[in-house]
Design a protein around this ligand. Structure first.
Ligand code: FAD
Ligand code: NAD
Length: 478
């Protein structure tokens, strides 16, 4: 192993490993430092996303969705399967296999691209030197022309509900239950709460969610969050707003939660409690005080639009910097930084980063919400189209929700898109592409969409922007 590189990346999550591969593709001598290791002492690549985040949660969401399909929806198609059962051990084994397939894939890709893997905890020192501490405590120092910090994030903990990895767990623990808890409490009705609450709710848990705010999904477009609240209520998720947990007591493998709801003191008992109140950047011990790296007022590493920190030649990407904590946002920051190091002034378009909640139906969004545009005083026009009027949605029995498109009133350029419903994530991605190309509502109106597809909801929503939808009566006219 050399002690000098063109680029050293600290962390191999989706931000770090993608940056490493891109740097290597550009011909840069690249090393990635990773602290996580498996039982055999081998490095574990892929970070939160592949190991305890996006991938295992989606594996469980898909398994639990198939279970509800068999239990609740097959009979209408004339398919009889009796009363389906769930084998949790088998479901977890499938999830673990997918995770190891993908993390092994990252390992092969790093190797294939000639990236040097340095095992241990990396810490940036002054002068773009990186101190690496091995699991046995031994230390070495390597250096580079450029260092990229990509150490990710970790779950936020709250004093009234300390996790014990048994009864009170964070998102990682909630991916490991060995049985379906009969009574499941969730603190935080955000993305993780909704996704993991859905997994266990579908499999039979009675789920109660405690949300401190008085608004459900406040960053989503209000029309979407209202529809989502209705849908989740129908699915049996008991979401309590304005509910602040004040304490927990664990006894006999159960937990009593005390909380105030709309000012009134209450308590409830659960078999398991998931704490999902947000994540914080993992910056502790990642850089020394004299490294020149600074953090902003919320503890994120301070970077400019191109992810450069205040220290020359030091960059930071992914969950440790401002913006949404999303795998794809971090990966594209990794690509941008690699290109910049190589001398090309690529700029990521932060206005076009989609976000998705993988419940059923899915919820997806890109760009501005109506409430944001109102607050900013922007003149806009919006149109939405319900899946209930889409032939393919009816054929699939997936009629909940709608696609909504928002365009600038003067230029007609699309500035926001929001969807709740079947394939919402993939439909919103069509709008991401349109927005990236500076497309207008009229561009979509004049395009041919395959029939019968869910995508027709995108076409009709674009038409509805100008009050000219074909397959529903229009409230407004051009
Ligand atoms: P991480 O993935 O956290 O990776 C950081 C890496 O750095 C880790 O491997 C860590 O071991 C290593 N590291 C840390 N410190 C050091 C050090 N000092 N030295 C060496 N190595 C170090 N996002 C989505 O876009 N879609 C989803 O569907 C989605 N689902 C999620 C579900 C759950 C349950 C959770 C918890 C998160 C989910 N996310 C999802 C968020 C996503 O996982 C993160 O945004 C993403 O993993 C961040 O990538 P990162 O590379 O910045 O950090
Ligand atoms: P979140 O910010 O989405 O939701 C946390 C919720 O907890 C918020 O609604 C907040 O108001 C509430 N809350 C905070 N403190 C509370 C308290 N004391 N009592 C009750 N409620 C409280 O955070 P998360 O769900 O933990 O997810 C963390 C991050 O991981 C998110 O930023 C998200 O981007 C990422 N993630 C993404 C996906 C995805 O892309 N599908 C999935 C999971 C996680």
């Amino acid at each position: 192993m050399s002690d000098s590189y063109d680029v050293i990346i600290i962390g191999s999550g989706p931000a770090g490993y993608v940056c490493a591969i891109k740097c290597a593709q550009l011909g840069l001598n690249t090393a990635v430092v990773e602290v996580s290791s498996d039982a055999k002492g081998a490095p574990v690549f892929g970070g939160t996303c592949l190991n305890v985040g996006c991938i295992p949660s989606k594996a469980l969401l898909d398994s639990s969705h198939k279970f509800t399909e068999a239990r609740d929806h097959f009979s209408v198609h004339g398919i009889g399967v009796g009363s389906p059962s769930i084998d949790i051990a088998a479901m977890m084994k499938r999830k673990d296999k997918i995770v190891s397939q993908l993390t092994g894939g990252v390992s092969s890709l790093l190797q294939h691209n000639g990236v040097t893997v340095v095992q241990g905890r990396g810490r940036l020192l002054a002068g773009r030197k990186v101190e690496v501490t091995d699991s046995d405590g031994s230390q070495s120092v390597i250096s580079a022309d450029n260092v990229v910090l990509a150490s990710g994030s970790e779950p936020v903990t709250i004093p009234p509900a300390p996790t014990d990895d048994q009864v009170i767990v964070d998102s990682t623990g909630a991916l490991l239950f060995d049985a379906v808890p009969e009574r499941l409490g969730v603190i935080g009705a955000g993305v993780i709460g909704l996704e993991l609450g859905s997994v266990w709710g579908r499999l039979g848990s009675n789920v109660v969610m405690f949300e401190a705010l008085d608004t459900f999904l406040p960053t989503m477009d209000t029309q979407v969050s209202k529809e989502a609240a209705k849908v989740f209520k129908k699915q049996g998720l008991d979401i309590r707003l304005n509910a602040l947990v004040t304490g927990t007591r664990v006894e006999n493998n159960a937990v009593t939660v005390t909380y105030t709801e709309k000012g009134e003191e209450k308590s409830a008992e659960f078999d398991r409690l998931i704490v999902a109140v947000g994540r914080r950047p993992r910056t502790r011990d990642v850089f020394s005080g004299d490294s020149g790296v600074t953090v902003d007022e919320r503890g994120f590493v301070f970077v400019n639009d191109a992810c450069a920190t205040e220290a020359p030649g030091v960059w930071a990407v992914g969950d440790i910097v401002r913006g949404p904590m999303l795998a794809h946002k971090g990966s594209e920051e990794g690509v941008m930084v690699a290109e910049r190091i190589h001398g090309k002034a690529v700029q990521l378009n932060y206005d076009c980063v989609p976000s998705i909640i993988y419940t059923h139906p899915e919820i997806a969004a890109v760009g501005k919400t109506e409430q944001e545009l109102k607050a900013e005083g922007v003149d806009y026009k919006a149109g939405s189209f319900p899946f209930a009027a889409i032939g393919r949605a009816l054929a699939s029995g997936e009629t909940e929700g709608f696609v909504k498109i928002i365009a600038d009133a003067k230029t007609d350029r699309i500035i926001g898109a929001h969807a709740i419903g079947p394939s919402a994530a993939d439909l919103v991605q069509q709008l991401v592409i349109t927005m990236e190309f500076g497309g207008s509502a009229e561009d979509l109106q004049l395009m041919v969409f395959g029939h019968p597809t869910m995508s027709e909801a995108v076409h009709e929503a674009a038409l509805a922007v100008d009050g000219i939808a074909i397959h529903m009566p229009n409230r407004k006219r051009r």
